[in-house]
Design a binder for this molecule. Structure first.
Ligand SMILES: Cc1cc2nc3c(=O)[nH]c(=O)nc-3n(C[C@H](O)[C@H](O)[C@H](O)COP(=O)(O)O)c2cc1C
Ligand code: SF4
Ligand code: SF4
Length: 419
């Protein structure tokens, strides 16, 4: 059986599946149950100064019959007393010495505040620290969370303060609410971070009730922006992960977070450079036991690929993620319809005719039966028809060799300049 042990900047865990800092890691009771269920690590619900939470704090986007395609929250950090959390962390670590327990921290951007909390949580035996520079609501209005995390200088400064006293690995959790996440990733590395994690939640408003005209969620008639997560954010997280993983100045390990719900999602994050993954919404939606599928699926996948360890996957796709200017513009694919499985629903014809390049024709064969065919000379290979087709395998995007040598935009511009 393949080795699932994961190592993030020296923090080891029996497998790469950690619960992200959020309601599932709110207490010792929950984290211990999660470890019993099979999770390899947990980032404790963010600790800091005492706060108060609002009621009515979650909302979800249900899309086309699928519940919780996206999840929105206006919850703040832990509302439990710090000493209670610390006692439970110590107890959990004693019971599960081989599992990873990371303390998520958020305090005011002051050196003495960071020093104090780091010393207190390390005294109870945590395996690492995660600095929460990501939370986009509530705490940000008080200068913490993403308010700090959007300013590279503040990320670097606060990371450096933590590193002055920390004896365990320091992970900096980044906010996606920024134009270029590599700027803060670089700042974290510059400040001495041992790893980064991403993404935290994305600024959002879940909806407006069209009967009452209230925001969703609302607290006694007033709404506020919340943090968006769950399956809908996965492509955004994956892009930010890839950008950081291939950045030459972000040469530290990454913990991947954002919309991971299946073992396939996890594999994609590992391939795109994550050393491990963290999960929140999927656990909130389906419970701790989803980890069984995650573990079974990942083990079987590694076996099928003939890989000995989960480490063998990490970063394997990073070099395939590049700038648009490096893409081969002479590469050509076209759509081809498999008449054996096509059900003649016409969806591909409508999409191509109305919104693409008008190259799927409708015909009638010698028996009077309708069929559709792609005019391959006109097809620009945009993939739209294969995306809208409801039948698996009915449309394949196939290479159409054109005899031209590979040429990217950058190569083309360079050739023109040298002429
Ligand atoms: C209700 C809720 C509370 C959260 N609280 C925290 C928190 O205290 N600290 C933190 O770093 N992230 C917090 N997060 C963000 C998650 O840790 C995670 O980064 C985000 O949800 C993306 O992962 P997902 O798509 O698997 O949910 C919270 C998320 C949710 C849904
Ligand atoms: S790939 Fe695009 S252009 Fe080609 S047939 Fe499909 S929709 Fe039309
Ligand atoms: S969308 Fe798919 S199934 Fe429908 S007509 Fe086109 S190829 Fe056939």
């Amino acid at each position: 059986m393949a080795d699932l042990i994961s190592n993030l900047a020296g923090i080891t865990s029996p497998n790469p599946f950690w619960l992200a800092s959020a309601p599932p890691t709110n207490s010792g009771y929950q984290v211990q149950r999660a470890f019993e269920a099979g999770w390899g690590g947990a980032v404790w619900k963010t600790l800091g100064e005492p706060i108060m939470n609002s009621t009515s704090r979650f909302a979800a986007l249900h899309f086309n019959g699928k519940r919780v395609a996206g999840f929105n929250n206006i919850e703040l950090i832990s509302d439990r007393p710090l000493d209670v959390n610390l006692r439970e962390i110590a107890d959990t670590k004693k019971r599960f010495p081989n599992h990873a327990i990371v303390a998520s921290l958020m305090v005011e951007p002051k050196q003495e505040k960071w020093h104090e909390i780091v010393k207190r949580v390390e005294a109870v035996g945590v395996d690492g620290l995660e600095l929460n520079f990501g939370c986009p609501h509530g705490m940000a209005e008080r200068g913490m969370g993403s308010a700090s995390g959007q300013v590279p200088a503040l990320v670097e400064q606060q990371t450096a303060w933590v590193k002055e006293v920390a004896t365990t690995p320091v992970i900096v959790k980044l906010t996606p609410n920024i134009t270029d996440i590599t700027a803060t990733a670089e700042a974290a590395a510059q400040g001495g971070a041992d790893a980064i994690s991403l993404i935290n939640t994305i600024n959002s408003l879940a909806g407006v009730d069209i009967d009452t005209w209230q925001t969703i969620p609302n607290v006694d008639g007033l709404g506020t922006h919340g943090g968006y997560c769950g399956p809908a954010v996965k492509p955004i997280a994956l892009h930010m992960l890839g950008d950081c993983a291939r950045h030459p100045n972000v040469d530290i390990p990454i913990s991947g977070i954002g919309g991971i719900a299946t073992w396939q999602d996890a594999v994609q994050f590992l391939l795109m450079g994550a050393s491990n993954v963290q999960v929140c919404t999927a656990a909130m939606h389906h419970g701790f036991r989803i980890v069984e599928d995650l573990l079974d699926g990942l083990s079987a996948y590694l076996e099928e690929k003939g890989l000995a360890s989960v480490q063998d996957l990490v970063g394997q796709s990073v070099h395939r993620y590049s700038e648009w200017g490096n893409l081969n513009l002479n590469h050509q694919v076209v759509a081809r319809i498999n008449q054996d499985v096509c059900i003649n629903c016409n969806k591909c014809h409508i999409s191509c005719e109305d919104t693409a390049h008008q190259c799927i024709g409708r015909y009638t064969d010698e028996n009077g039966a309708p069929y559709l065919k792609v005019d391959e000379d006109e097809c620009v290979g945009c993939n739209l028809c294969s995306i809208v087709c409801p039948v698996e395998g009915a449309i394949a995007m196939v290479p159409k060799p054109n005899g031209l040598p590979p040429m990217s935009w950058n190569e083309r511009q360079a050739a023109i300049a040298n002429d």
